[in-house]
Design a protein around this ligand. Sequence first.
Ligand code: ZN
Ligand code: MN
Length: 480
Amino acid sequence: MTNPADKYEIVMGLETHVRIKSNTKMFCSCANALELASEPNINVCPVCMGFPGMLPTVSAGVIDLAVRASHALRSTVAETSVFDRKSYFYPDLPMGYQITQLYEPIADGGEVRALIDWELRTFRIHHMHIENDAGKLVHAGWKTLVDYNRAGSPLMEIVTQPDFRSKADVLGYLEELQKLMRWCGASDADMEKWQLRCDVNISIRIKWETELRNRVELKNVNGFASIGRAIDVEFARQIEIYEAGGSIDQETRGWSDERGVSTPMRSKEDAMDYRYFPDPDLPPLTLTPEFITTREIGDLPMDRRLKYLNEYKLIEDDARILSEDLIISNFYEELVSITKDPKKSCSYITTILFALFEAHVTRLNLSDIKSETREIARVIELVNADELSSTNSKIVIEKLVFEWWKADEWVDSLSLRQTNDTGALEAIADAVIAESQTQLAEYKNWKVNLFGFFVGQCMKKSAGQGNPKIFTEILKKKLS
Ligand code: ZN
Ligand code: MN
């Protein structure tokens, strides 16, 4: 018997809320508490509490980050966007409406690329709008308490096209979205801190069908693992219904991770009428073309990752590590621009520097390096020029990490510079041979394993500064 699951394909779209990392809330000067505040209801004021007669004003810091995020999504930023009121009653919503953007959002279109099972996939963005967050209800026994610290904090809602065909697509997209938000500085997008939360729209259809069937919206599924589980369960649930001859209603369901099931929240029939209308307290948001273009983002993590894989021929793990964090990636780019050696620049970061950071008591990172980046690059150049052995280069790197100085100064003050002056090395080799007549006689008597003895003596005589490769060449000639 064939598995009914093989007959169907899953079609998904995502609505993701990302908390903007601005200093203030969206329409007032209250602190935007990104972490849990020490006490409830301390970051509040008459504006975010919706007191009558208070006027909201848009925070420039929020718009700045939203525009950067739009560029990271390769969206078109609207020179004019409009704030709308979405009215509903809930105790965590002090104004009685949410300020959002329905008809004219700040960003239109765009895409996120992700590597899914080694294949580059592009997921289209429908639009991105900005809106304020609600407060938080805390259930304590028979009472429910409300904390408004989060009320009025800025959110971006990123809505995709229905481009997802598997759980791997969804998880790959979210991981890439998280990288993009960190890369442009708009958000830390930490799921555990509720800085990134996701609603998944799921429908299924027979594989050859082209029309979309009714979809179910799974609300606020949090964390990568739960999203994966929720998708599996919903896919199986819809197949079972269709296979039994039933139909799926357009509805919103809530996912319970503890129980591993979703339960209906509301159907199409009892969909709320939010009475959207432009907020009369807020003029349309207009941005100058300069404001928009000066916030453009060049290379994205995926551009760098593909370059490292395809042009620099780095292995997949290294390409990923060196492209996901802006500081690490820019450091790597700078090293390569100086050394023109992508492979060695990679290994000096991923093996030597990272091992050094890890071994330190207070786990270090690249910004803790005391010397300038070009000095690290200089070490790689010295190794490539055979002026420093790779073993000794680790000593110099360690010095440069903990003290501000120059690579060349360290190499000389520690007497680590290799001599490549063939004439000088030849003189040393002659002296060694002259002093080692017994070994020479034995060597000539076919004891080839004594060759290492001569190299060792030469290194000793040059106080470790002779280039062992050159000594080997010289000795090969002289002893033959
Ligand atoms: Zn406030
Ligand atoms: Mn929303």
